[in-house]
Design a protein. Structure first.
Length: 256
């Protein structure tokens, strides 16, 4: 199979600002594109990758999808979550999930066209190994795969929950970020956690290990404080010391 190529590169310096074309960019392992606004070790939304063929087919401008990397000769949307992409000499990316069609995109391309871009806007990815990426670089697919991550937010939350070890906790904000949800999702997360309790695997998910950002036990499930204490977590006045018990969730983005 003929390898694809990098067609165009773009960097986002600030949210809401126009993206800037670059001939060459440095990507940092477990972080993203250097100096890009989405460079964040705890986020699955570090890099947005799409393909030239979709842009051409939909008669879009090169900046409409607000992507970082445009590939040519690679049908990005036909790839699977968990695919590993090598670009240039050493840069490696893990495809996470399809980028949703948000309101900002609808403002750029219009409502009618935006509906055609569902699961065709591009893949969000994280950087596995550092390197430089240049326009014209060869793109190669790896034979290995990371685990599949769902496009459905509820299932992504379940995936993240399942990784929290015994005797550790995470905050609402931690869970929202690692699952790639909008920040405002934190306000409705208790309701989403309740929904997970009602699905088949919900009873096996450690929902009791999710607490508020100030360390307070929210009590979204009955007996949450007792369940945490049974795991050896010290609870004082319905509070938990996050410095002692908070778990760093970022490794799940980079581990096979």
């Amino acid at each position: 199979m003929t390898p694809g190529k990098v067609f165009r590169l773009f960097k986002k310096y600030k949210l809401g600002y126009p993206i800037t074309r670059k001939n060459r960019m440095e990507v940092l392992a477990h972080c993203g594109i250097r100096d890009d606004v989405s460079c964040d070790t705890n986020s699955p939304r570090q890099v947005l990758i799409t393909d030239w063929e979709t842009i051409k087919e939909e008669n879009l401008n090169l900046t409409d999808l607000r992507q970082n990397i445009i590939l040519k000769g690679v049908n990005v949307h036909a790839l699977y979550s968990g695919s590993i992409i090598h670009i240039g000499q050493s840069a490696t990316f893990r495809l996470m999930f399809h980028c949703e069609v948000c309101q900002k995109l609808k403002n750029f391309v219009g409502g009618n066209l935006s509906s055609q871009l569902i699961k065709r806007r591009g893949y969000l990815a994280v950087v596995i190994t550092s390197g430089w990426v240049s326009e014209g670089d060869e793109v190669r697919m790896d034979e290995m795969f990371f685990p599949y991550i769902s496009d459905d937010l509820l299932y992504r939350i379940a995936w993240a929950l399942g990784s929290i070890p015994r005797s550790k906790v995470v905050t609402y904000a931690d869970l929202v970020k690692i699952s790639g949800a909008p920040k405002q999702t934190a306000r409705v997360l208790p309701a989403l956690l309740s929904r997970l309790e009602s699905v088949e695997t919900g009873s096996r998910l450690p929902i009791h290990r999710v607490i508020k950002s100030d360390g307070k036990i929210p009590g979204h499930i009955l007996g949450q404080d007792n369940m945490l204490q049974l795991e050896g977590i010290v609870v004082i006045d319905n509070m938990i010391d996050l410095n002692l018990y908070r778990w760093n969730m970022s490794p799940i983005l980079y581990s096979l």
